[in-house]
Design a protein around this ligand. Structure first.
Ligand code: NI
Length: 176
């Protein structure tokens, strides 16, 4: 659990089937006070939902922003935000797959096993528009990839077998 409790307002989490989750989000181009306030809203919404990461479209805003407060392989929680993230492609020879279970606030009460590289780096900018890079191991590696997927319009269940995805959507009582 986290101790940080930002003062942003809490917005409801959008659920699989909501079109905003299934389309690519737009790059952020304005770095102003409104953006800063929105990032606070994202943190507050993530903490209220007890998530370790949140993408902007999960609260209905189709902009390329995610926030995280997530443990890495050393069990240290890393906290931050990334705007306009791009996942660095690892050469196949450097990829070690982690095939743990994955879950998502937008697919409540469900999980599935998804193999992803066990280290990930995203390049982007911070709320002031300054270039940043975040590298994660452990759960944070999965989180960085999962949140970037969200901003590209994909859920983790888009990476599993169709049959398994359909079973999960049926459980949720939704479709897309
Ligand atoms: Ni998610």
């Amino acid at each position: 659990m986290t101790t940080a409790q930002p003062q942003g307002k809490v917005l409801p989490i959008r659920i699989a089937g909501d079109p905003v989750l299934h389309e690519p989000c737009a790059d952020v181009t304005e770095f102003d006070a409104e953006l800063e306030a929105f990032i606070e809203t994202m943190f507050a919404s993530m903490y209220a939902a007890e998530g370790v990461g949140l993408a902007a479209n999960q609260i209905g805003v189709a902009k390329r922003i995610f926030v995280y407060d997530c443990p890495d392989a050393t069990e240290q929680n890393q906290i931050g935000h990334v705007i306009n993230p791009v996942l660095r492609e690892l050469p196949a020879t450097e990829r070690i797959l982690d095939d743990n279970a994955e879950a998502c606030l937008s697919v409540p009460g469900q999980h599935a096993f998804v193999a992803r590289p066990d280290t990930a780096t995203v390049d982007g900018v911070d709320k002031n528009g300054n270039p940043i890079s975040v590298t994660g191991t452990g759960l944070l590696a999965r989180c960085l990839q999962h949140e970037t997927d969200h901003l590209n319009g994909y859920l983790y269940i888009d990476r599993i077998a169709k049959k398994e995805r359909q079973a999960i959507l049926k459980e949720l009582g939704t479709t897309y």
